[in-house]
Design a protein around this ligand. Structure first.
Ligand code: DQQ
Length: 571
């Protein structure tokens, strides 16, 4: 019962405040060990438990792998500034996917085939547990080509030094293959067929047709393009950072498969990062290994990993815990000028376990269990009713750095607003923000809120009646997250495939200074937002549960924790 201090505001007051608005090696040595001046007073937006280097620009996660009990994360990094450019593979290692040890850059321009940049790629474990990396190099003509690198010393668990194949590039655009030299990048982890050939996908486009070009090799050095791409889709534009992996059909939750596993018990996932939209889409389908064709259940990519800010992700099979883990990049929503001023740009999400939902229709994502080791000072509420117009403060936690799980039982279904015509959920979230009173909902959390609610980010549900069914909308509405209107504060949203008549509606939100990572319906829908409050910073940030509908809902669970700082950069 402790820590439950209700502040009951009249709906009118709530609406008044909140409503209406809706090079050479030594150049790259020690590049990560220099600390930025990131004391929380002058850097309120640096995160405490999300992955980010001390300074400068980062983007895509590259070549994640597990080797000799250590997780390796490489990532696209600009050693010289906080905007994209001069791209190398920076490198960190971890025992638990939460705390990281920074190492020197692993791959940086050093041969003609990558002299203008070392772009994204993936690691593959060869027989005998030998890791190799395939990555895109930018050659002297600014052509995108694929290169191979392997560890200098396999007995070093840190895999500090990487040697490049003298045969690079191994795959290149030529007059004969007619591949567009500026749209040919981001090799996947390779998988091995029963015929003993390795296969790898390279992202590509021909006019507006996005393609996953397939290459095959017996020895990982000599690669031959297959007659047809594994898959392609009209009108989708360039496919960046493809990822292709098997998932267990109807298997236990949180169990993953090695990338080369195939069989009747398996379905396959093809993820593509659509350059035109800057979102990660995935298709679930059937892989015919004899023909090397992937037939998705839906012809066009419609499902997204994350309906907020999230891109260029990549998975690995974690053989230590028998699970598949997803890494992704979250860009800033602030202006480039602000990024230059703060001296850094970009973070990664908390790594997520990923598996196929029992319906077979979608994937489920959940933060890796290890992140729970950062939880301290739990606050638990007893079951209670949250009436229409009620706002309850969650006391007793560090609201700027928290992990919150809340579940709602919906009642009074007759009060649901009727949705006559299908609408884009993101647009619906923009039209019907947290301040727009509804029937059932909006209800959820106000995070990173200032004392007077001038600033807050609302993560919430709203239930509609559509074609005689209950339709659950989930929004992450940052339109009032900051008094600084130069940030991109477009609200995000998606529908969640949960039937609130028979199930409680759950929401988990990871709050970390400038990132709000939310998981609705036990991982059926994810939305990541970047926010830059001016008032709700550090100890001034507050957390509330709210209901701005006319119907009351029952909070069946609220558990919240302060989160300790992770050790990410040796600090
Ligand atoms: N980022 C890399 C490319 C990739 C893009 C360059 C996706 O390899 O296509 O930094 O964010």
């Amino acid at each position: 019962m402790a820590n439950l201090s209700p502040i009951i505001l009249l709906l009118a007051l709530f609406s008044l405040i909140y409503g209406n608005a809706i090079a050479s090696h030594h150049v790259y040595r020690n590049l990560q060990t220099q600390q930025s001046s990131d004391s929380s007073s002058n850097q309120p937006y640096r995160t405490a438990y999300h992955f980010q280097p001390p300074k400068n620009w980062i983007n895509d996660p590259n070549g994640p792998m597990r080797y000799k009990g250590l997780y390796h994360l490489f990532y696209q990094y600009n050693p010289k500034g906080s905007v994209w450019g001069n791209i190398v593979w920076a490198h960190s290692v971890s025992k638990d996917l939460v705390n990281w040890i920074p190492l020197d850059a692993a791959i940086f321009p050093s041969q003609p085939s990558d002299i203008n940049g070392c772009w994204s790629g993936s690691a593959t474990m060869l027989p005998g547990g030998k890791p190799v990396i395939l990555y895109t190099g930018i050659d002297p003509n600014n052509h995108q080509v694929q290169n191979l690198a392997f560890p200098k010393n396999l007995s070093d668990p840190f895999l500090r030094e990487w040697i490049k194949s003298p045969k690079n590039p191994l795959m290149a655009p030529t007059v004969a293959n007619k591949i567009n030299s500026t749209s040919f990048r981001d090799p996947t982890t390779a998988w091995k067929g029963k015929d003993g050939y390795w296969r790898v996908l390279i992202g590509n486009k021909v006019n507006s047709v996005g393609r996953a070009v397939l290459y095959k090799s017996k020895d990982f050095v000599n690669w031959v393009e297959a007659k047809q791409p594994l898959h392609s889709a009209q009108g989708t534009g360039m496919w960046e950072c493809p990822d292709f992996f098997p998932v267990l059909n109807n298997g236990p939750i949180n169990v993953g498969l090695d990338t080369s596993v195939d069989g009747d018990h398996v379905r396959h996932v093809l993820k593509v990062s659509l350059d035109d939209k800057k979102h990660d889409y995935y298709l679930i389908g059937t892989y015919d290994a004899s023909q090397d064709v992937f037939t998705p259940d839906n012809s066009q990519p419609v499902l997204r990993y994350d309906y907020g800010k999230y891109y260029a992700s990549k998975t690995i099979f974690d053989d230590g815990k028998n699970r598949r883990v997803l890494f992704g990049w979250v860009n800033e929503s602030s202006s480039q000028n602000d990024d230059i001023k703060k001296g850094w740009s970009g973070i990664h999400t908390i790594p997520r376990s990923i598996w196929l939902h029992k319906s077979g229709k979608q994937l489920i994502q959940w933060p890796v269990q290890e992140i729970e080791n950062l939880r301290v000072n739990p606050v638990n509420w007893p079951t209670r009713l949250l009436k229409g117009g009620e706002l309850l403060q969650v006391n007793g936690i560090t609201a700027v750095q928290a992990d919150v799980e809340i579940s709602f039982q919906v009642r009074e279904f007759q009060k649901a607003e009727v949705l006559k015509n299908w609408a884009d959920p993101q647009i619906l979230c923009g039209m019907k923000g947290a301040g727009v009173k509804g029937g059932i909902g909006p209800f959820g959390l106000l995070v990173l809120a200032s004392k007077d609610l001038q600033e807050s980010t609302a993560v919430f549900f709203r239930i509609f009646r559509y074609q005689n069914k209950n339709l659950v909308l989930m929004c992450s509405d940052q339109s009032r997250s900051s008094l600084n209107k130069e940030n991109d504060m477009t609200p995000f949203g998606t529908f969640v495939d949960v039937d609130p008549l028979h199930e409680n509606l759950s929401l988990r939100t990871l709050i970390d200074h400038s990132v709000v990572e939310s998981f609705g319906g036990e991982g059926k829908a994810c939305i990541t937002s970047r926010v830059y409050p001016t008032l709700a910073i550090n100890e001034k940030a507050q957390l509330y549960a709210f209901n701005n509908g006319t119907s009351s809902v029952r909070i069946t669970r609220l558990s919240a924790w302060s989160m300790k700082k992770a050790n990410i950069n040796g600090n």
